[in-house]
Write a protein that binds this ligand. Sequence first.
Ligand code: SGN
Ligand code: CA
Length: 524
Amino acid sequence: MKNTSLFYSVAGFAALSAVASSCQQKQEEQKKYNIVYIMTDDHTAQMMSCYDTRYMETPNLDRIAADGVRFTNSFVANSLSGPSRACMITGKHSCANKFYDNTTCVFDSAQQTFPKLLQKAGYQTALVGKWHLESLPTGFNYWEIVPGQGDYYNPDFITQNNDTVHRHGYITNLITDDAIDWMENGRDKSKPFCLLIHHKAIHRNWMADTCHLNLYEDKTFPLPETFFDDYEGRPAAAAQEMSIVKDMDMIYDLKMLRPDKQSRLKTMYERFLGRMDEAQRAAWDKFYGPVIEDFYKKNPQGKELAEWKFQRYMRDYMKTVKSLDENVGRVLDYLKEKGLLDNTLVVYTSDQGFYMGEHGWFDKRFMYEESMHTPLIMRLPAGFDRRGDVTELVQNIDYAPTFLELAGVEVPSDIHGQSMLPLLRGEHPKDWRKALYYHFYEYPAEHMVKRHYGVRTDRYKLIHFYNDIDVWELYDLQNDPQELHNLYGQKEYEAVVADLKQQLLQLQEQYNDPVRFSPDRDKE
Ligand code: SGN
Ligand code: CA
């Protein structure tokens, strides 16, 4: 692939000059950009004020967007943690990186990843936080990860010698401490660096830091319009088990612990509480005690209970985001204080989106908007003048080629994604993709979201649910942004469907996905 990074064009020009002195080379070396990539878990754009002002303020995240760009059409390829991380780190869809789901896969750590390629090119690479790919990280000068999903309080970390160490404190603070410590004391400062900060927050069960427990309690949020969705014409949506009303656990998710009450996930919640020290537990009980008492006294039922669950979910989620926002602020302040901001690309994203009550849900997995969409904002280094919104269709497979190109490393031809650098320079390439491919595999499994693949253009979305079902869905995102009306099978959309099926097949062929739609069977 052609190498067009800003660094390289400067370097290429310099190489043409008569004398390429060692002094010049040194200057060029210093020009190499650093990359700070912050990825949270399950943080959805609805809960970031730079995307959505209805719910909460995220001033530090907004700083990134205000000083840089906000992607308005940013999506994942497979809306689940492990698969999403594998797509991101390889720049390839699940069918190529082979990490299809969280439950059966182990990432083949011998395969090509962008940190390995950066490291080979002289970058210092580091990863801290959630990894979730089962095999140990490779391609990093430094790493420290949490086992599996990690814990909110006093968590364990796996260190590079495969030891498990126990740390005291709240997870989001600890991951940030580790990241800043590596930037300050761990790396070779004569080299450019790429640091991946992978937060555990805001994953279920949304346990806030004790200092934030009292926030947002005076706020009441309107139920999303689709909260009581009846899923008409959408059998896969009807079959899920991620409903706030039906599936949210009163004790584990909503924290209504009382000795005489039982729930499916009570033991897990008790295990989480068991990690707290006395002071943390006292602060926790001080806050939740009165909430629990009030809840069981009032004993809400039916719609009143549904509304109560939604409000508690929103508040817990927001409190957990609050820590994140503050800790992103700490990273930005560090970079600023050390004079690194001008030379560093700062990326903030999530491993996928999340439902905040839309369709009545929490969790993700579906190709429907709130889950397939993921926040993506970037603070750009000097030399990149683009500001405001980038509206092109981008996907998490694009991060790897973007970082490689930024670093002046040739992008291997087997990478599926496209470098976003032209977009960051303010260009609107004519050959930019017109359709995105999506494939979700984890079924049967928790939350019971059926297997599906599909294609999304700027206007339409076509989804095929398969395996133990054979159902197609078509949405006109312009007229039906909430995806309530499945138009598949309607005569006036036949041409649209035919066109989308062609695009779908073309993408499945391009990415060599063996599980693909069969046009011949379709004609039967
Ligand atoms: C856990 C959660 C699920 C969640 C998956 C995947 N259950 O299993 O609600 O969908 O993680 O999330 S829990 O009872 O353990 O909280 S992912 O973001 O890691 O893919
Ligand atoms: Ca996740």
